[in-house]
Design a protein around this ligand. Sequence first.
Ligand code: HEC
Length: 309
Amino acid sequence: MTFDWMTGPLAEGLHLYNSGEYFTAHEAWETIWLSAPEPERTFLQALIQVTAAFEQSLFWDGRRPSLEAQVLDPIVNANEMGLDSISEAIQRVREAPAYAGALKSAFGNDHVDETRLRTALATFVRSLAPTRTSYERFKRGSSEAFSASAQRGLRLFDGKAGCSSCHSMHDQPARFSDGLFHHGAVSLSSEDTARLPELVSQTISVADDEIGNVIAQNRHIAALGRFVVTHNPKDIGAFRTPSLLNVALTAPYMHDGSVATLEDAVNIEIYYRSLSTGKALDLTTSDRRDIVEFLMSLTSDMWVDSNRP
Ligand code: HEC
């Protein structure tokens, strides 16, 4: 377990806090996400998204109210960075000479504390603004090519297919999430359903500040979704609508990473949304392809630029 992953986001956050500039998102992506061991990625997908800055609550179950509150959680999560405490993180930053200058220019001196770490990392995440997509440019009237297929997909997504009722797109910039919790196609396994009374009482007995670690280590409790926060039985298996910004890059899909491709995710959503409204969505193979094409227009160029060899 190394601590190097923080170098990029933290140093950049400090720099940004000082200057307000943008930077490429590559490091956050690679270090926070891609460095997670495979089983964790598919277990409960990390939710560092470009929309994080705009969300009312973070993580799939909404257990943290603000970005500042959330941003250090991965450091002490046993399945992510696995440090014993935030103080250990502070100590490591203190001992790394590279940060002293950055801290000084951001805050006036090189003192390190929890608030400063939170500010720096949250600033970094906020910098990943969701405005640099070909969809946003198309909306602003850019003459850049936005394929006919993507345009058809947009009309279906916001019309007949009803996707935008949850993946909302009429705010500025569009977040593609209503920030609310819904039941989806991926439901509790039969094993978890059979053990539900036991899982529920186990969950209720966990202290609030321990729930993050418990979820990271116990996929059965994680599968209860929003319930782990509200303890309201109707929230069992409900998850926050994920933003679809950069969705083409964030496979595998759904809260447990059980769906491998974007095409499959779209098909499953169409199927499930038909099922839950009781009205079959009559979408042809080419309609579905158009929706996927539209979703591909939601990739920020920051990712594209930063992933160029
Ligand atoms: C009732 C609200 C609702 C509607 C309507 C809806 N979705 Fe979703 N969508 C969700 C939720 C909630 C999830 C997360 C489910 C989970 O993880 O178990 C999700 C997940 C997804 C994902 C996977 C994203 C990821 O990062 O894992 C895609 C892609 C998606 N939806 C596309 C669509 C499309 C296309 C439509 C229209 C056909 C649609 N959705 C309609 C609520 C909705």
